[in-house]
Design a protein around this ligand. Structure first.
Ligand SMILES: Nc1ncnc2c1ncn2[C@@H]1O[C@H](COP(=O)(O)OP(=O)(O)OP(=O)(O)O)[C@@H](O)[C@H]1O
Ligand SMILES: [Mg+2]
Length: 374
């Protein structure tokens, strides 16, 4: 009895923070080129000029968000004249929500919840910028979420043309996109394109050796020594590469250590890793499903149910099926489909045949999707 009680207190974690999803690592290697280029783009902002606009593009887990957060922290340590605002477009995905966040960053509080027009918020932002001689730098992270319903154009248009209404305001934009199929220069309309003129910055996937070093660094910082053997670490690296996202490897380590702790072991076993991989593999699915709204969840549920019978669906038939259960316009339906494609829950492609058919396939097993929808 005494032994078991003691075990409860024993931890394999030296620093559990290191494995959290929003942890910004001190050690951040292999992205020097991108960080240097970003700094170059931002630098005019430190001298009171408009920063150059940038698109950061790369697959999930290639360090885009971390690079921006590190640079923004550095800007904040060094100046108050260039104010960086980080927007997570998964959460704030309308023009109003985004400008409310900008206002909050500048004034310390959100605009009143009701009765405030967009124009008032924008005007308040412009007034602060002009009065305090501040240059604004806005990062739109996971901007895929702004692609459907064309919100991206509304947001960029306002950000990049504010100086036409409020003379003297200076705003630079960094747009971050993790879907390699998205060509943002084609998604923006001409009125935006003429003022946007971004430099595109690519974040390539990490190679095997790089993944190993990153994972190893977390292990050293986060676990007590001897918690994981070199041999098992190789398996984690291999699984991480297979999943194509460092995040999955980091999550895998955390879950494997928790599983070992539960079994009151002082080190991770192979079975801890196999068990953990099942859960970590669905990290993106779990996370994305949580960001969906009522109607979107409903449609994803129907997709999953239908594709338990057929692996490939055509958009027209699917619409008919869904509309029978729940009335929805085709336009709205198709907007939701495009969103799910943008956030990597489904694949949407065209097939030439009798006319162009839109074909939808799920990126996860239907049963798993239903499980995460609850
Ligand atoms: N070079 C690196 N060194 C250490 N940790 C890293 C490195 N690159 C990425 N990571 C870690 O991997 C995880 C994912 O990184 P990050 O969030 O920056 O990726 P991302 O490119 O923004 O991905 P997504 O497109 O999915 O948002 C984070 O936990 C981050 O700490
Ligand atoms: Mg990111």
């Amino acid at each position: 009895m005494k032994k078991n009680l003691l075990m409860w207190d024993e931890s394999l974690f030296r620093d559990p923070e290191v494995f959290e999803i929003d942890y910004v690592p001190d050690q951040f290697e292999f992205r020097e080129t991108q960080m240097r280029e970003l700094a170059f783009q931002i630098r005019p902002g430190l001298r009171g000029s408009r920063p150059l606009n940038t698109i950061c593009k790369g697959l999930p887990g290639t360090g885009k968000t971390t690079s921006i957060k590190k640079l923004f922290a550095e800007i904040e340590d060094n100046t108050i004249k260039l104010v960086p605002v980080y927007i997570n477009c998964q959460i704030d995905n309308t023009k109003f929500a985004i400008f409310s966040q900008i206002y909050k960053k500048l004034s310390g509080h959100l605009p009143p919840a009701s009765g405030t027009s967009f124009k008032q918020v924008l005007e308040a932002i412009a007034n602060i910028l002009l009065k305090e001689e501040i240059v604004l730098l806005v990062a739109l992270d996971d901007a895929n979420y702004l692609l459907y319903e064309d919100e991206i154009n509304r947001v960029l248009y306002t950000l990049l043309r504010t100086h036409e209404t409020y003379e003297g305001t200076r705003i630079g934009v960094i747009v971050i996109i993790s879907d390699m199929d998205v060509d943002l220069s084609r998604a923006v309309d001409a009125r935006v394109a003429s003022v946007f003129r971004p430099t595109e910055l690519y974040f390539p996937p990490y190679g095997n050796a790089e993944v190993r070093e990153i994972i190893q660094e977390r292990v050293i910082q986060g676990f007590f020594s001897g918690v994981i053997s070199d041999e098992l670490l190789d398996i984690v690296v291999e699984q991480t590469q297979k999943a194509g996202d460092i995040r999955i490897g980091i999550d895998l380590l955390k879950r494997a250590a928790l599983s070992a702790e539960r079994a009151a072991r002082r080190h991770i076993d192979r079975e801890d890793i196999t068990g953990a991989y099942e859960a970590s593999r669905f990290l993106h699915l779990a996370f994305t499903v949580k960001t969906l709204k009522g109607e979107e969840r409903q449609i994803l549920r129907s997709f999953a149910e239908i594709s338990q019978k057929e692996s490939e669906m055509n958009a027209g038939d699917l619409y008919k099926c869904i509309n029978e259960k729940e009335e929805i316009s085709y336009t709205r339906f198709y907007e939701i489909v495009k969103k799910m494609d943008a956030v990597r829950l489904i694949n949407l492609h065209y097939r030439e045949g009798k006319g162009r058919t839109r074909v939808i396939t799920l990126r996860y097993e239907p049963a798993k999707i239903l499980e995460y929808l609850g």
